[in-house]
Design a protein around this ligand. Structure first.
Ligand SMILES: CC(C)(COP(=O)(O)OP(=O)(O)OC[C@H]1O[C@@H](n2cnc3c(N)ncnc32)[C@H](O)[C@@H]1OP(=O)(O)O)[C@@H](O)C(=O)NCCC(=O)NCCS
Length: 109
C-alpha cells in the first residue's frame, strides 16, 4: 500500500500532532522518543476516516522514524479493548502486560 498520510510535526499541539491526508486533518497522534524507545501515548483517526488503513500507515511512519533515531522498540499502552488490540497485533505488536484496566504492547525493531 502506498503511503499518502503524513504527520504534521511542525509545531506542538496540546492534543497531539495532526495526521494529514492532503490538506485534511484525519486524526492526531501523540508520541515521544526516550531511552531508545518510541512511545505512542495516544492515536486517534476520526470516526469517518477509520478502517481505511490510515492508522496502519501512521504506525509505519513512526516505525521508520524510530529506526532513524536508533530506537530499539515501539511501545504503546491503552485501555484494553479487543478491537483496538487487534489493530496493534496486526501491526506487529505483542502484549507485554495486561490487566483489567490497561494493556502494554511493544514492537521490537
Ligand atoms: C485504532 C485506530 C487508531 C486504528 O486506525 P484505522 O485507520 O481505523 O485502522 P486501519 O484501517 O489501519 O485498521 C483497521 C483496524 O483498526 C481497528 N479499529 C478500527 N476502528 C476502530 C475503533 N473505532 N475502535 C477501536 N479499533 C478500531 C480494528 O482493529 C480494525 O480492524 P477490524 O476492522 O478487523 O476490527 C482508529 O480506529 C481509532 O482512532 N480508534 C479510536 C481510538 C482508539 O481506539 N485509539 C487506540 C488506543 S490509543
Amino acid at each position: 500500500m502506498s503511503c499518502n498520510v503524513r504527520i504534521d510535526t511542525s509545531s506542538d499541539y496540546l492534543l497531539g500532532k495532526p495526521i494529514m491526508l492532503g490538506e485534511t486533518q484525519i486524526g492526531y497522534v501523540n508520541f515521544g522518543m526516550h531511552a531508545k524507545e518510541l512511545t505512542i501515548t495516544n492515536i486517534k483517526i476520526f470516526d469517518e476516516h477509520q478502517n481505511q488503513g490510515y492508522g496502519t500507515q501512521v504506525i509505519k511512519i513512526l516505525e521508520q522514524k524510530a529506526k532513524q533515531n536508533s530506537c530499539e522498540r515501539l511501545f504503546v499502552f491503552h485501555a484494553p479493548n479487543s478491537r483496538s488490540e487487534r489493530f496493534w497485533l496486526r501491526n506487529g505488536f505483542i502484549v507485554v502486560e495486561k490487566t483489567a484496566v490497561f494493556c502494554d504492547l511493544e514492537k521490537k525493531l
